[in-house]
Design a protein around this ligand. Structure first.
Ligand code: ZN
Length: 674
């Protein structure tokens, strides 16, 4: 080994101004954003990452880790690992990673404090009340008066309105008309409670007065579309008046928007929804998903999610015992919906459409949305329901439940359904017309991602087409333009990681192309914290000065801060010191890459670590040569005039290149053992 490794200077606080200040900054940042560290620890200890992630997506155990489909990038294959003994998650495809807080922050687009509250509530932990420093800077201070309305403020406004609408429905006088409508439609008792049904009073200032009485700011209510500003004036009025209210909830069951159904038949429109806001994205929201997701985890064998067209249909399904129904909100199914549904890969999705022409077109669109998705999607139509036009009507009948079950049973796999349609279209054409139709259809399928389907599904599609069209399978393969670019990257990375992990000699394999020596060293320190004991002051200096991307630089700062404070820089300790989820992901990726390469073998990790350090020193030396060691500007000028700058280093000497320049080693050794 080199003298770098043998000269093991223990890491202590004694070096240094630079890292000392670094440690201070790290501590300060942590106190600032993550407030009571105590709360953070208590909540983390009570939130096992496998449980928490498992509540959001399906995980499969694989050895000592768990594997699931990553919700943070478009993919069909499981690429996200959850590691119980380290309490982290990491996607080897998109690089997302971190601890349980990172996951919640990213998944629900929350800031750290929101995520802390969310997990505390889940674990039944009461948080220390936070003191708000008046005029306090940094992430801790909540905006008061002007400026943009935060997601938190929107959520509070919606929660307040939710409570108000429910109270009105119970009100003897103001709730009476809405109660009558609710009763007619069977929206009473337990089912009304489950869906949180409420009422908006028949006046312009019902909600407004409640807001004023509480002394709440109006801005969040305006931003949430609950209050409207009078044109030209400075007053406000209720956006929802004299309507039966259906709160629209996110997956956590928090109200994020409201739908209002008219009480008077003369009023238009029949349904009125909240506008979109920072909380509410109509094209990604499925009404009832909070309830359905809870319910289908209870289903043992065949988990199914029923997607219907309106929220009253969804409620009717739940009332009829089909409590895994959700509804789109007045939009067709979108790719964003598909993305939400992809979180449940073991769930079979049944799209239920009316049997009419509009329903058929909606189903057609759905097929396009789901064509390349890895989800089991089936299409059911009400045509087999014997005259009933929607689930509400059908389930109200005496044998409605059994017949509805039959409708669901008759659901056809989405491709098979589409092929049946296609067969019909073909049968009405002549030979030439058929050829054109087949070609056009193949074109469309390849636009939808035929080329990127997994081979089994792709084969299925082509076989089906061969049967329908009478063309040979090879003809079809030739005809179908196979564009298979998008997912290749992920697979290339996977292969890269596998290759990394497969190395069996103690000779360190080169790190992946993307990992710089600095990333390797930082990653190794987090994965095998005891390595920090072998760092020399010179190592720390070159590490601190090495080129690194913005996020890796943040990670490095925290790592060096911990080392300087005499704390082993293990990943679990580094993550809380990082503010941005991107930096947390970067830290996790760096640590995992080393872990995989070393396969738990400490001697391999050491060899890898030493190699990265050598490269760091080599790069530093090359840089120094290129710059001409003495950094004094006058001397440098003189040197330039004399033309004495060595040409060897130059542009190639950045830290990113994965090539180890062995020629530089002796120089580094001199440097390191100084
Ligand atoms: Zn991912």
């Amino acid at each position: 080994m080199t003298c770098l490794q043998t000269s093991c200077v223990p890491v202590t606080r004694r070096w240094t101004g630079v890292t000392r200040r670094r440690a201070d900054r790290v501590t300060a940042r942590r106190d600032n954003t993550h407030a009571p560290g105590d709360d953070r620890d208590r909540v983390r200890d009570a939130s096992d990452i496998v449980d928490v992630v498992g509540e959001h997506l399906s995980l499969r155990q694989k050895g000592r880790e768990y594997l699931g489909v990553c919700p943070f990038h478009d993919d069909h294959k499981p690429s996200m690992y959850v590691v119980p003994d380290k309490q982290i998650f990491h996607c080897f495809s998109c690089g997302a990673g971190g601890d349980v807080f990172t996951f919640i922050q990213k998944y629900h687009s929350m800031d750290f404090v929101e995520a802390l509250k969310f997990l505390a509530e889940r674990a039944g932990i009461e948080l220390t009340p936070r003191k708000r420093a008046p005029g306090g800077e940094g992430a801790g201070g909540e905006p008061g008066g002007e400026g943009e309305v935060s997601r938190g403020e929107l959520a509070e406004a919606c929660a307040f309105a939710d409570g108000f609408f429910r109270a009105i429905l119970r009100h003897p006088e103001h709730g009476a008309p809405a109660r009558a409508v609710a009763e007619r439609r069977g929206l009473t008792g337990e089912i009304a409670e489950r869906f949180g049904i409420g009422a908006a009073p028949d006046r312009w200032d019902g909600l407004l007065m409640a807001i004023e009485k509480k002394g709440l700011p109006r801005r969040p209510f305006i931003a949430a579309g609950l209050l409207k500003q009078r044109e030209g004036g400075d007053g406000c009025y209720d956006a929802l008046r004299n309507r039966l209210i259906f709160p629209i909830r996110d997956q956590l069951g928090r109200a994020i928007a409201f739908g209002g159904r008219r009480i008077n038949d003369e009023e238009e429109p029949k349904y009125l929804n909240s506008p979109e806001s920072a909380l509410f994205n109509k094209s990604a929201t499925l009404y009832g998903l909070d309830l359905a997701a809870r319910n289908f985890t209870k289903q043992k064998d065949r988990k199914r999610l029923i997607v219907v067209e309106g929220y009253t249909d969804a409620i009717a399904c739940h009332r009829g015992g089909f409590d895994t129904a959700v509804a789109t909100l007045g939009t067709a199914l979108t790719a964003q919906h598909a993305r939400v549904l992809r979180r449940y890969p073991d769930v079979s999705v049944i799209l239920l459409f009316d049997g009419d022409e509009a329903g058929r077109r909606a189903a057609d669109r759905a097929v396009e949305v789901f064509f390349a998705e890895p989800i089991d999607v089936r299409v059911a139509t009400m045509t087999v329901a014997g005259g009933a036009k929607d689930p509400d009507e059908l389930l109200a009948q005496a044998d409605g439940r059994a017949r509805f079950e039959a409708v669901l049973e008759n659901a056809e796999e989405v491709l098979a359904w589409r092929f049946a349609q296609f067969r019909e279209e073909l049968s009405s054409r002549g030979v030439n017309g058929r050829a054109v139709l087949v070609e056009r259809y193949l074109q469309r399928l390849s636009e939808l991602g035929l080329g990127t389907l997994d081979p089994i599904r792709r084969k299925f599609v082509l076989e089906q087409l061969a049967t329908i069209t009478g063309l040979s399978w090879t003809d079809l393969t030739r005809l179908s333009p196979a564009g298979r670019k998008p997912k290749q990257r992920a697979e290339a990375r996977l292969a890269e990681e596998r290759a990394l992990a497969a190395g069996s000699s103690t000779e360190p394999k080169p790190t992946s192309r993307r990992q710089t020596p600095a990333g390797g060293v930082v990653g190794a320190l987090m994965a095998f914290p005891s390595l920090s004991g072998s760092l020399t002051p010179a190592d720390v200096r070159v590490l601190g000065e090495a080129e690194a991307g913005a996020t890796l630089a943040q990670v490095r700062e925290v790592v060096l801060g911990l080392i300087d404070a005499g704390t082993p820089p293990e990943l679990g300790r580094v993550l809380p010191g990082l503010e941005a989820t991107s930096a947390q992901s970067s830290a996790t990726s760096a640590a995992r890459a080393v872990e995989r390469a070393a396969e738990g073998d400490a001697s391999r990790a050491r060899a890898f670590f030493a190699d990265c350090l050598r490269r760091l020193h080599a790069d530093a030396a090359a840089r120094a040569r290129a710059e001409g060691e003495p950094a004094d500007p006058l001397e440098r000028l003189a040197e330039l005039r004399a033309g004495g700058v060595s040409g060897g280093g130059g542009a190639g000497a950045n830290g990113g290149a994965g090539v180890v320049r062995r020629a530089a080693y002796p120089r580094v050794a001199d440097d390191g053992s100084r």
